[in-house]
Write a protein that binds this ligand. Sequence first.
Ligand SMILES: *[C@@H]1O[C@H](CO)[C@@H](O)[C@H](O)[C@H]1NC(C)=O
Ligand SMILES: *[C@@H]1O[C@H](CO)[C@@H](O)[C@H](O)[C@H]1NC(C)=O
Length: 367
Amino acid sequence: MFKLTAIFAAVLPLLHLVAGQSEEWGQCGGIGWTGATTCVAGTVCTELNSYYSQCLPGAAPSSVPSVPTTTAGAPPGTSSTTTAPTGLSSIPASTLYQITNFGTNPTNVGMYVYKPAKVASNPPLIVAIHYCSGTAQAYYTGSTFAQLAETYGYVVLFPNSPNSGTCWDVSSTATLTHNGGGDSLGIASAARYAISNWGVDPSRVFAAGTSSGAMMTSVLAGAYPDVFQAGVVDSGVAFGCFALPGQPGDSWNSECSTGEEILTGQEWAQKVYAAYPGFTGEYPKMQVWHGTIDTTLYPQNFWEEIKQWTTVFDYPSTPISNVSESYLPQGYSNSTFGPRFQAILAQNVGHTVPLFEQQYLQFFGLA
Ligand SMILES: *[C@@H]1O[C@H](CO)[C@@H](O)[C@H](O)[C@H]1NC(C)=O
Ligand SMILES: *[C@@H]1O[C@H](CO)[C@@H](O)[C@H](O)[C@H]1NC(C)=O
């Protein structure tokens, strides 16, 4: 009792000393949180769960309308199984809508779709993948992927992590293996489902993600190059860098995160090839973004990604052009290594690089 009181006495004055504001994507509240509870301008402190509130760009999210996946009008209690609607016409427009039964999903990845009011014929598909502590809903409200779908007519899938801290399984052998299981298979199944049932153009299926979602994007590019045609990796790591065989899939690999996993381009490329040995097609186009002062996934990971993808694409290891772009903040450099690989380094940017969705759409050939 005395000890507890002493601890409180020691902690409470600290709470009053805390000043300042949390950065974009930074924590701003939750049980046990003693840091800043206000967010920098342009971001809103958003409660994701009782343990974690985060400064998300833009406005505070509205709640996701929960639409039952059972057939409308069915007498209650008559059906114990819910069936996903098949055709795209049965998906309500301009809202985040949960689908189930979209194929093999061994880890129970949650899946939400956003269909714009006007869908392009044979629409492209973007799978937009959230960060640790994030959710499908948080990424939906914290990004403009859905909003831009209204202009460009593509369909968005927002997967939702089944893991307790909502990181993605980017570590298990299953997830790093083509059709091997893990979270990656659930996501790939939903993309395949969209191709089979919604008329999605199989040559325009893309993935983009932030942090853990960026790492998952690399995983999908390496393990499902037959499904995805391009990936945007915002503050992630090379394919296979988080591998921790035999440990729970969402385990954190601190050797990789701190940039101590340094391999040759050949070694990195072998990890990609080993994920899907029978694959003979072209690997997805990749665009990777990283901040130079990232202390969650250290910037060395940017250089490891460059080694990996330039080897896979058989490109020179140094850029053929490296320029600043007028639409990007000062200190960002865009290095092009070949038509299928670009790497953007952001000076003095931490974890994570802000989203530039309009640019991703250009990279995907959609805008
Ligand atoms: C591109 O140029 C910038 C600015 O000189 C430099 O910091 C960065 O390392 C270069 N990028 C690559 C991939 O070489
Ligand atoms: C990087 O430069 C290439 C070549 O000019 C360009 O096609 C691409 O859009 C640029 N990428 C970004 C992110 O600005």
